[in-house]
Design a protein around this ligand. Structure first.
Ligand SMILES: Nc1ncnc2c1ncn2[C@@H]1O[C@H](COP(=O)(O)OP(=O)(O)OP(=O)(O)O)[C@@H](O)[C@H]1O
Ligand SMILES: O=P(O)(O)OC[C@H]1O[C@H](OP(=O)(O)OP(=O)(O)O)[C@H](O)[C@@H]1O
Ligand SMILES: [Mg+2]
Length: 286
């Protein structure tokens, strides 16, 4: 079988490195030469196309690529017709409206008749239309945060993550229009044969993400406290319990969700667990 699935990854920018790292964690080796626009994976039926984010939705519609890793915000701006098939959990950000920090603000109605600079015209238009607010848009491709300082606009709509770019440009975030993360999206025209390859890739991606979101924990527990400790542990099925060399003690192994981790550890300590070890999980196949 020579068919390969064609994936688009951002050529350079915020998503490039993490997208390639995800494919690598899935056991897929890709050469990422600086000037290469297309590479073939060595050990998986996959071709990687390095493209500008903004162009990817149209390539997917045209069916010249099959899948892509994109910011959800790009799909909301340019690809509401395209389907998200996995949420990838990295490059989390929001798309917000911001104004000069000393300007008064009471509600979104304050934007009526104002000039807004943005690289996300459809997102702003749709958001404000729903609120019954009309604005004048100035579409620019980068360094949007400078616009109010040079008199080009009264406010901006752009990506915010830490907020430091807004802060450095004396702006304040006043409306969060949407939150975003990297996602895997698919062409509506993908062939049946390539869909099969896609399912294999999705299986690997899910195993990697589940592993990244979980921790393997091991602890020593006196036998008379085992029931209390086991009650606390969620685990994949049920915890593993092995006898220690010292009589009256057991070693308990389990898997904990990364986000619940500190809560569970506190409860385990109170229930009598000692010598708790926490290890990362490379992959988790369910
Ligand atoms: N500061 C940030 N923190 C987290 N995620 C971000 C941040 N800035 C951008 N992103 C995410 O990364 C994506 C790519 O952003 P980037 O600025 O690298 O490229 P771009 O200018 O949108 O696209 P192009 O590839 O067309 O140049 C954005 O669509 C967004 O989802
Ligand atoms: O809230 P922060 O953590 O400061 O992040 C937000 C900034 O990050 C992005 O710009 P990027 O650095 O990608 O530069 P660009 O304008 O060239 O895309 C985005 O366009 C904002 O300007
Ligand atoms: Mg950017």
């Amino acid at each position: 079988m020579n068919t390969k699935i064609r994936i688009a990854v951002q050529k350079s920018g915020r998503l490039n490195e993490k997208s390639l790292a995800l494919l690598k964690s899935c056991g897929i080796s890709i050469d990422n030469g600086r000037d290469q626009l297309k590479t073939t994976a060595r050990d998986f039926p996959l071709e990687v196309f390095y493209l500008r984010n903004g162009d990817i939705p149209q390539y997917l519609r045209d069916g010249v690529i099959d899948i892509a890793i994109l910011g959800e915000n790009t799909l909301i701006e340019k690809g509401t017709d395209l389907q998200i098939i996995e949420r990838l959990g990295f490059s989390k950000c929001r798309v917000s409206l911001a104004i000069p920090k000393n300007d008064a603000y009471s509600s979104v109605k304050d934007f009526e008749g104002k000039r807004i600079a943005t690289s996300y015209p459809n997102t702003v238009k749709n958001y404000l239309k729903e609120k019954g607010v009309e604005v004048e848009l100035h579409i620019i491709n980068g360094s949007v945060e400078i616009a109010p300082n040079i008199g080009l606009a009264d406010g901006i709509c752009d990506i915010v993550s830490s907020g430091s770019t807004l802060f450095k440009n004396n702006l304040k975030e006043v409306e969060v229009m949407l939150t975003s993360e990297a996602v895997l999206t698919v062409s509506p025209n993908i062939s049946e044969e390539r869909k099969e390859i896609l399912e294999k890739l999705r299986f690997r991606i899910r195993s990697v993400l589940k592993g990244q979101n979980s921790r393997y924990v091991l602890m020593n527990v006196p036998d008379n406290k085992l029931d209390n400790v086991i009650d606390i542990l969620p685990g994949m099925r049920s915890p593993t319990v092995l006898p220690l060399a010292e009589e009256g003690w057991s070693s308990v192994h389990s898997v904990i969700d990364k986000n619940r981790f500190w809560d569970v550890i506190d409860q385990l300590k109170s229930a009598g667990a000692e010598g708790i070890l926490v290890c990362p999980i490379e992959k988790m196949v369910l």
